[in-house]
Structures are given as C-alpha cells and as structure tokens.
Design a protein. Sequence first.
Length: 567
Amino acid sequence: MPLDQAGIDRSRRASEIYLGPKAPHGSDLSVCLAYPNTYPVGMANLGFQAVYGILARAGIHVERAFLPDRRPYADVRTLEGGRPIADFDIVAFSISFETDYVHVVDLLVAGGIPVWRDRRGPRTPIVVAGGPATFLNPEPIAEFVDLFLIGEGEEMIPEWLAAVRSACDRGRGAILDASSAVHGSYLPAAHPGFPIECRDPVTAPRVERRYLARLDDAPTRSLFLTPEAVFGDMFLLEASRGCEWGCRFCAAGFMYRPVRHRSTESLRDDVLSEALPHRKTVGLVGAEMASQPDVAALCQEIAARGARPSPSSLKADLVTPALARALGAGGNRSVTLAPEAGSERMRRVINKNLTEREILRAAEWLTEGGVEALKLYVMVGLPTETDADVDGIADLATKVRARLMAGGRPKVGRILVSINPFVPKPWTPFQWEPMAPLGDLKRKLARVRRALSALPALQVETESPREAYLQTLLSRGDRRVAPILERLRERPDDWWSTLKALRGGADGLVDPDRFVLREWEADERLPWDFVDHQVDKRYLLAERRKARAELQTPPCDTHTCHSCGAC
C-alpha cells in the first residue's frame, strides 16, 4: 500500500542531513516557508535553503511546506511539524520560476487561505513572496500576495524581520505598515498596477531591488542534504551571481547586475570544510561558471581529493585545457555548453560573443579531458531568426559530432542537443519582443529534428512550445493574469485547452495573446517598470537596436563601465 503524504514526509525528514542553524521551537513569530513545487524540486533550490537559514539564525520558528506529490492537493501541512499552513503568522513563498505561479494558488487553496488578498481577515496569515521570478515581474500574482520582498534575502530579510517584530503585537495591518518602510518592500494594495496599454507619463512609485554587495559576507551553500532532491548526490555551492556577458535574452545577466563572484579562498574553504565531508560531488552554481576566477584550479583540487567538480553551464571560449582535464579527471559524465544559437549571425544578434571555432575547440578539449557526454543548449524563435539560422543548429551539432569522431574512434559517448523556444523576459533588451507563433516554433523544431535524426550518438530533446507560451504569459503579464491563473488551477490536466478558450478575450478575461504574441511599443508602460534594478531602460533599448544591427557589446567591466547604470 503506498504511503500517504504524511508518511512520505516523515520518511523524507528521516533521510535529511541538516547542516544549518537550529530553528527554535518557540518564538514571537512563526513562518511557513513554502516552495510552490514538489519536495525534490524545492530542496534542489539554493535560494530556498538560504532563506530558511536566514530565518533560523534570526530566531524565527520556521517550517517548510511543498506542493504535495499527487493531486488532489488538499490539507497542505508543514514537513517539520505537520501543521496546517494557515496556523502560521506568515506564509512566505520562495519563487524561482514563473510557471510556479499557478502552484502558489494551489498551495493557498489547499492550505485554507483565501486566494485573493482583499478577502483575507485580520487572523489570516500574511502572505509574503520573494525570489527571482518576483524580482522580474510580481504583477501576475499581485492580487494573491500581501507583501513582496524585492531583493536578495541576505541583504533584506533581517531588516524586514526587525520591522515585523516591532509591530507583531498590533496585528496584521500594523505589520504590513511597518513592512512598507523597508527598502525593497512592495505592497500591491498600495499601488494601482498598470496594464500594458497604459502610456500614463506620471511616474509610478519605484521599488528598489536590494542586492548583496559581497557574496563572501553571506556564503550560500547546501543546508539540507537529501537523496530525494533533484541534485541529491551533490553538495551545492553558489560561486557567483549575475554574468558579465550581457546576452540579450538572459534575465539573470541583467537583474543580478553588477556581477559578483565569491573569492577563491572562500569557495575553497567551503569545499574542504563543508562539502567534501558529506558529498563526493560538488556543484558549483552560477549563471556562467567558466568566468569564475581560478575555477580550473578549484576543480583540479576537488578532483585530486577524489571528488567530482560539477560546474553549471560553461561559455565555450573560456574553457581551457586545464579546466577540461580537471572535469574529466573528476569523473564528469556530462558537461553543458550553451551556444544558444546555431549560426554566427544569430549569436551576434543575441550578443553571445562566441564563434563556431571556439565551440568546436571547447568540445574537443572537454572530451579529450575525459568527459563522456556533451549537452548543447540552443534556442529557436529568437528575434530576426531565419530558416538559415535554424539550419545552423543542425549544422553546428553535425560539426561537433564530426570533430569528436575524427580518426574513426568516437571521443564521446553521446551528444545531446537541447532545443528550447525563446521566451522574452522582463529586464532584458528583448523584453519588447513577441514570442514566435506556436506554428512557426513547431515547424522549426521539426526541421532541426529531421536534419539530425539519422546521426548516431546524437540525441535531440525539445521543450514544448505550449509550455513556452505559458511561461511567456506569466513572465510578461500584468494583474489581469490573476483570474487566468485561478482558471488554470481549476483544470490542471487540461490547462492548454483553458488557455486556448481564453484567446480572443473570452469570458470577459484578457486575451493572453496580448502578453505573448504582440511586439510592445517602446513607450508603453511595462507591468514591471516600477521595479528599480538600476539598469537604465534607455540602455536596454540601445542594446535592442544593436541586436537588430547584429552588433555585439563587450562584457561588463565593473571597474570602468557605467553604461547600464547598475554600477
């Protein structure tokens, strides 16, 4: 007989190793820290674990909650104490991905908390949300959330907790009033929320995105180790935030400006004292890891100690023979390279600063170093893309395979080509661009699959254009998306039919195509314009013009460059 959710949770708790500060059982404040996805996904998220540690160190009674493993979702309770989430003073959501917005609604309903914030009473928990998805655009769930914390938790949460504690004996309204004084706080009830058609010249209140200046001041690493997490065999260490390369499609490269790296000494200390005593695989987390200072030497040391270094995606032109050997010596079975586009022209458009020669050289060095499999990450549907650019994906993959088969003996067991539809993201130079029509995306994906289908030792995986449509809707939507989210929750197994039925503006709801398939004008007020990332909108428009002209921008030099305003 299968275990019920309570039995599953007890089993998971028993398998966990916790390395962080102990959260008190009694406290003046109780927080349910909720991740709007399942336990394996949530426990692979370093940001979620970091927030738990911040709350525990502050003396807060904190327990975790996740989306149940199976539908129907009902009676959600915390992992630690089995308490209903509505019993807590605060329910705090950590949200990394926009597609989890619908699960915020799921958890509120299953937890017995009114979904719409204007229907909550004085004894209802305060619903708080933070995390990267909300830094970009909180508006699709603004009607469901009492308070957003727009910024990095290490910098902001202690200050917010002090404000909450100063008012917690005076009730819900006083807590929200005190929170509003904290820089980076956003109370949707106090702001109107502008629809995308608005061109009102009146300046809306700005909300400053807070950031941690020095990562060494608050190292982020695994606090919970559990075999059920997506990266359950790894000890995760954050090595950097942001990226200096300025790829024009990448939200992380703009919203996390200025780029910050942890020092080699701090990372090495954590590897030796925290990671290796518990795991034989060390995951180095960052938007682009080949730029990390001294990453090759760090990976060499990890491998020399009998462990496996596992950096996230590597920029091909920064891969060195030393780094390749270190990854191979450590037993890495697979490494991801992200050309992002197949043709040289398209890589100039997206500002990838990467040539075909550099991609082929990196692939050869990695496999000669002992890496057994390569993953190539590319996109279709990018702005200005032609069929020739799409054919460039198959051409590039074929050349990588040919290079690694030189001499007749394959140097790699498998090449996986991962093809994903382009999703325009807020706070990037492509935020005004439409997503490509679904029919075009399906045709382009089929075109690449046909071209590569006959090649042995080469696999193709593609993301669904429908999933990309939903992600674009939730990335670029305003508050009118809220009732759409509620409708999607009502029909979770047939969400695409629900969206199709709403296209054209059915049932009095906004047409989702307005957010997904329309090119936006430069003078439109964007739903997220009120968030202050310190990146000048004029800079993003200039980068968009450079994309159309196929001109590249050099990587950020945080010491001398002040073009975008973030430094």
